[in-house]
Design a protein around this ligand. Structure first.
Ligand code: FES
Length: 126
């Protein structure tokens, strides 16, 4: 098993990895930079993004403002060094790193650890 890239929320530590359940989502090469993919991972709707710099992020697919499951169809980009996705409904932008809304820090998307194993993107929601 070769892990070539890994992104994890701040609270995640490497020693958690073995005890996590990783779900394959798609091939890394299927991810177009800054275009989201929706996946169902252990019953959770997740939006997966490959940032322009190559990192892979997973956040909740549900837009907390509209309640619609649309974040995978949001517009991704970068503010400074911060990759973000903006909801396609009302355009609020959420950090892909922390999930926090850049326009309204009291609101956030859940974030999930991701890794790329032998070219396959994997996400863990538990
Ligand atoms: S019901 Fe959970 S993301 Fe829509």
């Amino acid at each position: 098993m070769t892990i070539i890239e890994q992104h994890a929320p701040a609270a995640y530590t490497a020693r958690d990895e073995a005890s996590r359940t990783w779900t394959p989502v798609c091939a890394y090469t299927d991810l177009v930079p800054e275009l989201g993919v929706a996946a169902l991972v252990a019953g959770e709707q997740v939006a997966v993004f490959r940032a322009f710099d190559g990192r892979v992020f997973a956040v909740g697919n549900r837009d907390p403002y509209s309640g619609a499951c649309v974040m995978s169809r949001g517009i991704a980009g970068t503010r400074g060094d911060e990759p973000f996705v903006a909801t396609p409904m009302h355009k609020q932008a959420f950090s892909l790193v922390t999930g926090i809304c850049l326009d309204d820090p009291g609101t956030a998307l859940p974030t999930y650890p991701t890794r790329v194993t032998d070219g396959t993107v994997e996400v863990s929601v538990e």
